[in-house]
Write a protein that binds this ligand. Structure first.
Ligand SMILES: NC(=O)C1=CN([C@@H]2O[C@H](COP(=O)(O)OP(=O)(O)OC[C@H]3O[C@@H](n4cnc5c(N)ncnc54)[C@H](OP(=O)(O)O)[C@@H]3O)[C@@H](O)[C@H]2O)C=CC1
Ligand SMILES: O=C(O)C1=N[C@H](C(=O)O)C[C@H](O)C1
Length: 272
C-alpha cells in the first residue's frame, strides 16, 4: 500500500456528483484532486474545479483532454453518462488506472464494453456506492430467500429528484438483483418494470419496480415483501450525496493494489 495520496481524476466535474466528489476528495488525506474533466465545449473547461464545487480555488483547471489527465493519474471517479463512461473505460484501461464507475442506466452493450476494459483495468462499478444501500441489498437477499415466491411478492420502490434521466434507478436494479439472487432466479426473466391499464393479476415470483420523480430528492429506496396480512419493508434514505462520494473514494483506494478485474462495492465493503 502506497503512503502517498492517491492521484484521482474526477470526470463530469461540474455535475451534481462531480462537485460533491471534488469537495469530498479535498477533505480526505489519502487522496488528491489531480485533474478534473468535462466534455469538449463545456463552459466549465478552463475554470478552477474547486471554485465550481464551492471550495474556492484549488489550482486544478477543468480540462477536456481526459487521456492526458489519466496517463499521469492513479484513478478516475466517473459519475457521468453511459456513453461517456464506456469511452472513459477504454481510456482508463489504456492508462492502466483504477476506474470507479457510479454511472447508471448502462445498456447490456455498454456493460459488455466495460467488461472488456476490465481485462486490463481495475474497475469498481456499482449502482450505489453507499454502505447503507449495499447492506440493504444483503438484507433484501436474505429476506427474499426466507420468504418464498408462492406466498410473498417483492416490489422495489424508488424516488429521485426531477433531473434524473434513467429508470428504474441503478440502486433499484441492484436491490432487485439481490432479491433475485435470494430467490435463485434471473432478474431479467422475472422483472415487471411497467404496469399500465388492464394488467391482469400479478404473476407469482415477479419482482416489480415502481419509479417516482420529483423535487430535489437525493435517493429513496424500499424493498417491500408483501404476504397475506403482513408486509416486510426494508428502506434506505439518502439525504446527502457525500455518502456516494465517500464510497467512491474508498473504492478507488481499495482497488489501488488489486489485479485487473470488474469489482463491486460488495467486494470493497467485504459484504460479498
Ligand atoms: N452509483 C452511485 O452511487 C450514484 C450514481 N449516480 C449516477 O451518476 C450519474 C451522474 O449523476 P449526476 O451527477 O446527478 O448528473 P449530472 O448531470 O449532474 O452530472 C453529469 C456530468 O457529466 C458530464 N459529462 C457528460 N458527458 C461527459 C463527457 N463525455 N466528458 C466529460 N463530462 C461529461 C456532464 O456535463 P454536461 O452537463 O455538459 O453534459 C455533467 O457535468 C448518473 O448516472 C447517476 O444515476 C449518482 C449518484 C450516486
Ligand atoms: O441519479 C441519482 O441522483 C442517483 N443515482 C443512483 C441510482 O440510479 O440509483 C444512486 C442514487 O440513488 C442517486
Amino acid at each position: 500500500m502506497s503512503g502517498k495520496a492517491m492521484k484521482l481524476v474526477v470526470v463530469g466535474a461540474a455535475g451534481r456528483m462531480g462537485q460533491t466528489l471534488i469537495r469530498t476528495i479535498h477533505a480526505i488525506a489519502g487522496a488528491e484532486v489531480f485533474a478534473a474533466v468535462e466534455r469538449e465545449g463545456s463552459p466549465f473547461v478552463g475554470r478552477d474545479a474547486g471554485e465550481i464545487a464551492g471550495l474556492g480555488p484549488i489550482g486544478v483547471a477543468v480540462t477536456d483532454k481526459p487521456l492526458e489527465a489519466f496517463v499521469e493519474a492513479e484513478g478516475v471517479l466517473d459519475f457521468t453518462t453511459p456513453a461517456a463512461t464506456v469511452e472513459f473505460s477504454g481510456l482508463a484501461a489504456q492508462a492502466r488506472i483504477v476506474h470507479v464507475i457510479g454511472t447508471t442506466g448502462c445498456s447490456e452493450a455498454d456493460e459488455e464494453r466495460i467488461r472488456a476494459a476490465a481485462r486490463h483495468a481495475r474497475i469498481v462499478k456499482s449502482g450505489n456506492m453507499s454502505l447503507g444501500v449495499n447492506l440493504l441489498g444483503v438484507l433484501a437477499e436474505t429476506a427474499a430467500r426466507a420468504l418464498g415466491p408462492q406466498d410473498w411478492d417483492i416490489e422495489v420502490l424508488e424516488m429521485h429528484h426531477r433531473h434524473k434521466v434513467d429508470a428504474p434507478s441503478g440502486t433499484a436494479l441492484l436491490l432487485g438483483q439481490a432479491a433475485a439472487r435470494g430467490r435463485g432466479i434471473a432478474l431479467a426473466e422475472h422483472s415487471v418494470r411497467v404496469r399500465d391499464g388492464h394488467t391482469g393479476p400479478r404473476p407469482a415470483g415477479a419482482i416489480g419496480f415502481a419509479t417516482l420523480r420529483g423535487g430535489s430528492v437525493v435517493g429513496e429506496h424500499s424493498v417491500l415483501i408483501a404476504g397475506e396480512g403482513e408486509t416486510v419493508t426494508l428502506s434506505h434514505s439518502a439525504t446527502d450525496r457525500s455518502i456516494f462520494a465517500r464510497g467512491a473514494v474508498q473504492a478507488a483506494l481499495w482497488a489501488r493494489d488489486r489485479k485487473p478485474g470488474l469489482y463491486s462495492m460488495l467486494d470493497v465493503l467485504g459484504l460479498n
